[in-house]
Design a protein around this ligand. Structure first.
Ligand code: ADP
Ligand code: MG
Length: 275
């Protein structure tokens, strides 16, 4: 369950964004605009945000408020119109400073589960002879060791999303970015994946940024919850969570008054911020 920095360092790139602490994020005066002239849209900003390494940050807000835009900026898929984004002290680089999980798993459907992971390990420049061991570890971590030889089209949506998470973990980056990864799943599967992701994140040392529009999901997962305003997305509320990370079952947690209070606080804030 622990993030393997040594392998990442052997690959020579994963997680190393510069001279900063691995996994830390710094957004300074970030604004993102699209289009020009009359069709110009300010999607996000200005946003200032510091995320220390190891945090499980949940960005929550109504649809269209700029959550995915913020995540793309942190991933390094885009550069901000104004301001600066730093990951691990340097410029974010897709696939190098972070792993990303999208709402749709975006796998190779004709390949096997193991084959998809192998490809990710290859991209992460893990030497060929080390890949079977790493593949087995990753599949075990996401609870998929029994479907390694199945084709992607033969497994369920929840299992596919587990493969996508394993793939994002393959490079052992110190930062994992997740954009509404469970939104398309049925309620039971979604809860199961939330529980497993929460468990996998504990003690990993990895930083997680998880985007959702669900107050339930935010309260369950986050060590810190940032509520965004409607577009252009700005920080409306920044709430630390003191819900226990260990020593309590998911069921107990979901049934606790502390969880109910946090969920209600986040839900009310999301509603207020959207209007
Ligand atoms: P969210 O993920 O919270 O639903 P997004 O970050 O996808 O929100 O979008 C925020 C706003 O920016 C939306 O109004 C969206 O239409 C706009 N937007 C996002 N990406 C682009 C783009 N590439 N070109 C133009 N407008 C965009
Ligand atoms: Mg989005």
């Amino acid at each position: 369950m622990s993030s393997n920095r040594t392998d990442a360092e052997i690959d020579g790139d994963a997680g190393a964004g510069g001279d900063g602490v691995p996994g830390g994020i710094e957004l300074s005066g970030v604004t993102q605009r699209y289009g020009s002239g009359a069709s110009e849209v300010t999607a996000v900003g200005p946003v200032d945000l510091t995320v220390p390494p190891g945090e499980f940050l949940v960005l929550v807000g109504a649809s269209g408020c700029g959550k995915s835009t913020l995540l793309r900026l942190i991933a390094g898929f885009e550069e901000p119109t104004v301001g600066e984004v730093r990951v691990s002290g340097g410029q974010p680089k897709p696939g190098v400073t972070s792993g990303v999980v999208f709402q749709q798993p975006r796998l190779f459907p004709w390949k096997t589960v193991g084959g998809n992971i192998d490809l990710a390990l290859k991209y992460a420049r893990v030497p060929k002879q080390q890949r079977p061991k790493r593949r087995a570890e990753l599949l075990d971590r996401v609870g998929l060791d029994d479907v390694e030889r199945r084709r992607i089209w033969e497994i369920s949506g929840g299992q596919q999303q587990r493969v996508a998470i394993a793939r994002a973990l393959a490079a052992e980056t110190s930062l994992l970015l997740l954009d509404e990864p469970f939104a398309a799943l049925d309620a039971l599967t979604r809860e199961r994946l939330q529980e497993d992701l929460r468990a996998v994140s504990i003690d990993s040392g990895r930083t997680n940024v998880f985007v959702t529009h669900s107050a339930d999901e935010a309260a369950f997962l986050g060590t810190r919850i940032v509520v965004l305003t409607k577009r252009p997305g700005q920080i409306a509320l920044d709430i630390p969570s003191d819900l226990p990370r260990t020593g309590v079952s998911a069921e107990e947690l979901r049934g606790s008054p502390e969880y109910a209070a946090l969920r209600a606080e986040v839900g009310a804030a999301v509603k207020a911020a959207a209007s």
